[in-house]
Ligand binder design. Structure first.
Ligand SMILES: C[S@@+](CC[C@H](N)C(=O)[O-])C[C@H]1O[C@@H](n2cnc3c(N)ncnc32)[C@H](O)[C@@H]1O
Length: 283
């Protein structure tokens, strides 16, 4: 296993924290060593000190991005936390439908999957919109999906997922939204299967490489999913991220956070609706 001394660990901690607000506490030493070892193998390097020199150089930003890619945790799934999607389809979309004139005027409906990982969250939203298209009939809808991790975004763009990602979905959903990728001739019949989101759903999402520590340069959103990412930040970074995200929500728009990701104690112009849902106060 790769050795990292205390001083090197502290320098990685500071670098990662400054770049993206993720606080690798001392218990994460093993995680960093395992993931860093993988990256060093990929680039045929075994000198941690030399690697630190590269990622801290002004021209080392490409390798810094690769380091960020290996330290981020991209765990996600389609329709993760079903109750959030139930709210989206049973409360949010009907509200959009009934108030579309005052709510939207002539503009598009905008939804942001912030920290989208490999895209499963954004595609789940796009599937919901399809299933409830009668409620948004005639409306232009835009889903913006962003993440800091380039590797996760690359997967999101190809929309290809291994079998385990679709295993949890009902067969009817799998058939409706995915194509099975035909295995190459000669491939073993026991090789894991792969599925791809159908192209009509891929086209609805705009993918953006974005660090939540900075403001997103896009029009304001009606609804933001910011789930299972605040847990990686300390209170200072959490406040920065929350301010950036809330500034990006229209008055009256909604913020959905992950289970047990309360934003209690943080300064924000939001009203709590329930454990996962907040609404931005009207001006
Ligand atoms: C556990 S995943 C959550 C994915 C999805 N939102 C969900 O709930 O299934 C957390 C994601 O946050 C991203 N992330 C971490 N820090 C970030 C930052 N500063 N800016 C943008 N994305 C970040 C990671 O790259 C990772 O893909």
């Amino acid at each position: 296993m790769l050795e990292i001394n205390e001083d090197q660990f502290k320098r990685f901690q500071t670098l990662i924290y400054k770049h993206c607000g993720i606080r690798l506490d001392d218990r994460k030493q093993l995680l960093l060593r395992t993931r860093l070892q993988r990256r060093l193998r990929q680039i045929s390097m075994d000198d941690v000190e030399k690697y630190l020199g590269i990622v801290t150089r002004p021209d080392g930003t490409d390798e810094l991005q690769s380091l960020i890619d290996v330290v981020t945790t991209n765990e996600t799934s389609f329709f993760r936390t079903q109750s959030h999607f139930d709210w989206f389809t049973k409360v949010f979309l009907p509200e959009v439908h009934s108030r579309r004139r005052s709510f939207l005027g002539n503009r598009e409906l905008r939804i942001w999957s912030a920290a989208c990982s490999n895209g499963a969250e954004a595609y789940s939203l796009s599937f919901c919109l399809h299933d409830h298209r009668a409620l948004i009939n005639g409306l232009k809808v835009k889903i913006i999906a962003s993440d800091l991790c380039v590797a996760a975004l690359d997967q999101a763009k190809t929309a290809k997922y291994p079998q385990r990602f679709v295993d949890t979905l009902a067969p009817s959903i799998r058939r409706q939204f995915f194509d099975e990728i035909v295995a190459a001739p000669g491939a073993s019949s026991s090789a894991p299967r792969e599925y791809q989101v159908r192209s009509e759903f891929r086209n609805q999402v705009e993918w953006v490489h974005h660090n939540l520590m900075h403001p997103l340069q896009r029009p304001l959103m009606d609804c933001v999913f910011l789930r299972n990412v605040l847990i990686y930040f300390d209170d200072v970074s959490k406040q920065t991220v929350l301010t950036n995200v809330v500034n990006q929500i229209l008055p009256g728009g909604y913020l959905v956070v992950g289970p047990s990701e309360g934003i209690y104690g943080l300064d924000n112009p939001l009203t709590k609706i329930n454990t996962f849902l907040y609404q931005k106060n009207p001006k």
